[in-house]
Design a protein. Structure first.
Length: 261
């Protein structure tokens, strides 16, 4: 009888230990984030997991695509957009807990070329002739109708008087990172991306920076979704912390708020 009891006790212990990883795995968060956030947010997520034990599953794409996926019911706890328009859209569709929204980061857009390009030190201002600079080559950026970087790029070029001539030369990519890759591979002679993207891609170089007043302010809002797990609140607090600020500024983002800790 004692032997049987011992076997039962051992079996219960095995079951309990087997259940522990499953319980630990339940503490996860899903973050939908703009493609330009990848390198910095991967570092932040690793730091957050080390601190809390909560695993973060990040999905990166254009903010437009992510907002649509959330609208269609994709399970996400947090949304990080590269512009205010797509966060506003998600709020309008009642997919975002508006009370949790914070306009967290700023960025800039730059003109890039392949690292071995002869193009260099471009003065970007009124009368800037992007079409002539590109010659017979293509210019890569995000889809100007939806992807934030493309929208910022078009706005800047329109204000500088360069859009009409350059438009036929544009290769519209599904995200800023896709545009970055086209330039790094030499499939486009020029590209317009965020400065933070250019800094993490050794295959490109920055040849010019667009004036901040040539386009709407580049703002990255963050917020929890309406279906977010309770852990999302702590994650958002971490994004606003000094630890996150240090990581984000290392990658070139501008921290727009006073850090919480």
């Amino acid at each position: 009888m004692n032997r049987l009891a011992g076997i039962v006790a051992a079996f219960v212990l095995v079951l309990a230990s087997a259940a522990l990883p499953a319980n630990a795995q339940e503490k996860t968060l899903t973050v939908f984030a703009a493609a330009s956030m990848k390198n910095a947010l991967d570092d932040i997520d690793a730091a957050y997991t080390a601190k809390t034990g909560v695993k973060v599953n990040a999905s990166y794409a254009a903010s437009s695509a992510l907002a649509k996926q959330i609208e269609q019911g994709a399970p996400a706890d947090v949304f990080v957009s590269a512009d205010t328009d797509w966060m506003d859209y998600a709020i309008k569709q009642k997919n975002i807990n508006e009370a949790t929204r914070v306009n967290l980061l700023g960025n800039s857009i730059v003109l890039i070329a392949p690292k071995d390009s002869k193009i260099d030190n471009v003065n970007i201002g009124p009368g800037f002739d992007l079409a002539k600079l590109a010659g017979d080559g293509r210019i890569a950026t995000g889809d100007v109708k939806a992807v934030p970087v493309g929208k910022y790029a078009k706005a800047a070029l329109e204000k500088l008087g360069a859009w009409q001539a350059a438009e036929p030369k544009f290769a519209m990519a599904e995200s800023v990172r896709a545009a970055l890759t086209l330039v790094a591979r030499g499939e486009a002679v020029l590209g317009i991306v965020y400065s933070t993207d250019a800094k993490v891609e050794p295959g490109v170089k920055i040849v010019g920076t667009f004036p901040a007043d040539s386009h709407p302010a580049i703002i990255y809002p963050v917020a929890a979704t309406t279906t977010a797990k309770p852990e999302a609140a702590e994650y958002l607090n971490f994004l606003k912390s000094s630890a996150a600020k240090t990581i984000l500024e290392k990658y070139g983002f501008k921290f727009l708020i006073t850090p919480t800790t």
